[in-house]
Design a protein around this ligand. Sequence first.
Ligand SMILES: [Zn+2]
Ligand SMILES: [Zn+2]
Length: 466
Amino acid sequence: MKITFCGAAGTTTGSKHLIEVNDARILLDCGLYQGRRSESIERNSHFPFDPEKIDCVILSHAHIDHSGNLPHLCKKGFKGNIFSTPATRDLCSIMLPDAAHIHESDIAWLNRHRKKDDLPALQPSYSREDAEKCLRQFVTLGYDRPMQVADGVRLTFIDAGHVLGSAQVILDIQDQEDGQKKRLLFSGDIGRFGNDLLNDPATCEAVDYVIMESTYGGRRHEATADSTEHLCNIIRRIQQRRSRLIIPAFAVERTQQLLFTLDGLRHENRIGPIQTFVDSPLAVKATEIFRLHVGEMKPEAAQALFMRDDPFGFEGLRLIRGVEESKALNKIKGPAIIISASGMAESGRILHHLRQNITHRDNILLFVGYCAENTLGWKLRHGYPHVSILGDDFPVHAEIETLDSFSGHADHDELLTWFSKVGGLKKRVFLVHGEPQSTEALQIALQAAHPAGCVESAVFLQTVEL
Ligand SMILES: [Zn+2]
Ligand SMILES: [Zn+2]
């Protein structure tokens, strides 16, 4: 059996690993590489294998860095099944067409610049229609339901606790070449222990080989109890000043997590009623998908959805779809919370809310997630006194706050905890999905904790034989 690391090796995005065994070619994830625009387009437009020769894809979760290049793979001739959990398929049904729309806009933007330099126009690698078409190739499988996916290869998904429907992938392989039985565990992205909405990452026994993510290697999150008090404090300030709290947030998971937390704080009387708006069509659709998949959430959260008067529909909360309704938010009176996408403030309706609110000293901008370097979110988090938003320059007078505890990723200590719970010899461990310094920090710590196995940082396009 062979593994080739075709993406998310030495970087966090573009997750893609090719398994070749018993004459079958199985692709784990088919994510988009997300970096500088021109480099991303180049990297995403070529596959280091023939898509027609892939037998099936196993998708760990719906995030675009894991799923976003599937429409392109199908367009290039991949005809097999895409195995995922039911919630992952449903989230992909809104996220892939949205990613296609962003991709087409990026190409249009690049082509305007290319035209000025007399360069030929580029074609988008896939369209919204291709994204919709590829959804027909999905075959869904619940947690803990083993299924044969190729000759001598059995797949089982177990909960990863990272986003709704996220899975760790177990492959039980009867390798015909050497006659050996092998168990490979691909972590996907690993969530946090003690999340309000999702179950803790599940554990797996008797593992021989591990492909493990390393996003937060060497870094630690703020304690959840401290961060909840921090959030209450921010909201009380907004209520006293009768001003606005603007939260750029990812539409899927982070927004629902925030709503669930806000509802809990109100139930505990730690904050008073405050009008709250979710202004992102994708977030509104994603919230509906959460309601459909209560069985994939933590039992207490599922219970709250039925018993507590709906955490995603509490009094004072409005979910905004239409453009006119969104514009009307500029005129609302009194203290308010506006949650809008994108989380890195690179695109979407959040830009209009930032333009409206960034110059007022009483307002607060709160960042609850990772912002890649040079994005508008990153500049604001790093205290830039002036920023450009949709072509105009604005002085930054609003207060800037950050809460990293809402992260969907296990931090360094939680990654070590997860690994310690994985049973078996774990003969070889390949670290993926991390910036080089994060992967290295995790590699050093894991190797010290697990001297019997070999812990390696996966190299882009490296093939290993097992
Ligand atoms: Zn993820
Ligand atoms: Zn990821």
